[in-house]
Ligand binder design. Structure first.
Ligand code: PMP
Length: 419
């Protein structure tokens, strides 16, 4: 039943009973981080209760148990992404870490002076700055394929950028600002025709759709567990096996080597261990696997129908508000995000007003300054939905917005530095 997913799963999320100033929390900042269901929290704590030991290092049963848990988590993620091999899954702290790893290892190895790296005009800073810095260091050129005002990159425009100097492309799957979806499989096909490998930032896609890395044609695919009902501090870098094995070591240290001497050659182990130096976040990986189990039990069809319902309800509610405008077209392939502006009212005024009603949203430029700039606005208000949100919460936003005034929020924005 489409209408009831939010109501039926709310009790899985302990934090949702929190109140602020007498209002029950309406949490609509899921694109920043999602809340965690009890079963993910239990898996996290359960690991420490029953399996905690360092992995791959101990000759005792508890260490084997821990190692098995970690290996199982990798297989679960492999299955969830339909990756061909478990060793194509590298556990990292999150999307930002994965993208920096790629730029600092593979990027440095293959991008030289005069080469080009292609990104889109709708990237989060985490999929822009690592490539920007790489290009600056290598005297290479960063080429930006702009998105249209609908919030999508046209596959043909991307194909036109695939010239002979391009070494790699890095594109977002779903916009964290608008919730719009790029034609990634077409873009990947164009890139491959030109011999260019493609990195996909899947941070906003993984919580909302079944991602099949092979169907997409992604050579690398990155995401964060914490936006997909898993814990903070764990994320995934998927890499096609042949490419992953070409990656030089990133951080070096424990777990990355077969043979070491102080002066002679150092022999590194193959990926994924080569790229997971030091003690990994085993509990995080275990809990992330549990989050995928949770999503698959809810079912992707139900999740997408739920996203569609809430996105349409939000677009309607904002459409009824005088002077309000939704940016892009988030209802084409709903991904749980709706961004809007209201004439003459600063996004912070709106965010502050909603907060006074217990409604948590993100406002500003959402770490995608250059993309938001193309809309000629100082920022947007972003509603982003999770599986536990309901139509009545969207109604509450609509009701609260009817009384928003310019200048209604005077407190200095506490998180301004994170814009
Ligand atoms: N890319 C996109 C599209 C995102 O939305 C985010 C998180 N807002 C990131 C990258 C960075 O993710 P993290 O902070 O978990 O590394």
């Amino acid at each position: 039943n489409r209408a009831s997913l939010g109501d039926s799963v709310r009790s899985d999320f302990p934090i949702l009973s929190t109140t602020f100033s007498g209002n029950q929390l309406v949490y609509l900042d899921n694109a920043a981080t999602s809340q965690k269901p009890r079963r993910v929290l239990d898996a996290l704590v359960g690991y420490y209760h029953q399996a905690n030991a360092n992995i791959g290092r101990g000759y005792y049963q508890l260490s084997h148990r821990s190692t098995d848990s970690y290996d199982r988590a990798r297989s679960v993620v492999q299955g969830a992404l339909n990756a061909e091999h478990a060793e194509e899954i590298v556990f990292v702290p999150g999307t930002t870490a994965a993208l920096n790893l790629l730029a600092d290892t593979w990027g440095r190895a293959i991008v030289g002076a005069g080469d080009q790296v292609v990104v889109t005009g709708m990237e989060h800073n985490s999929n822009l700055l690592p490539w920007r810095r790489l290009c600056d260091a290598a005297a290479a050129e960063l080429v930006v394929v702009p998105a249209g005002q609908d919030g999508r990159v046209r596959a043909e425009a991307f194909a036109d950028a695939m010239g002979p100097r391009v070494r790699l492309a890095a594109v977002t799957h779903v916009s964290n600002v608008l919730g719009t979806v790029n034609p990634v499989s077409e873009m990947a096909a164009h890139a491959h025709r030109a011999g260019v490998p493609i990195v996909v930032d899947g941070a906003q896609a993984v919580p909302h759709r079944r991602v099949d890395v092979r169907e997409l044609g992604a050579d690398f695919y990155c995401f964060s567990g914490h936006k997909a009902y898993g814990p903070m501090g764990i994320g995934v870098l998927y890499g096609r096996r042949d490419l992953l094995h070409q990656l030089p070591p990133y951080q070096v240290g424990g777990g990355t080597v077969k043979g070491v001497s102080t002066t002679g050659p150092v022999q590194y182990v193959p990926a994924p261990a080569r790229l997971e130096a030091g003690t990994p976040h085993v509990a995080g990986a275990v809990a992330l696997a549990e989050a995928f189990g949770y999503l698959s039990d809810l079912g992707w069809e139900a999740i997408q129908a739920h996203d569609e319902l809430l996105v349409r309800a939000a677009v309607d509610a904002i459409g009824r508000l005088p002077g309000a405008r939704v940016l892009g077209d988030p209802a084409v392939e709903p991904s749980g995000i709706v961004s809007f502006v209201v004439d003459g009212i600063h996004p912070y005024d709106i965010g502050g007003h909603l907060d006074a009603h217990g409604i948590a949203v993100r406002c500003g430029v959402h770490c995608a300054n250059t993309f938001v700039d193309t809309f000629g606005v100082v920022g947007t208000v972003r509603l982003s939905f999770g599986v536990y949100n309901t139509e009545s919460e969207v109604d509450a936003v609509g009701r609260a917005l009817r009384t928003v005034q310019p200048g209604s929020w005077t407190r200095e924005h506490p998180n301004e530095r994170f814009l």
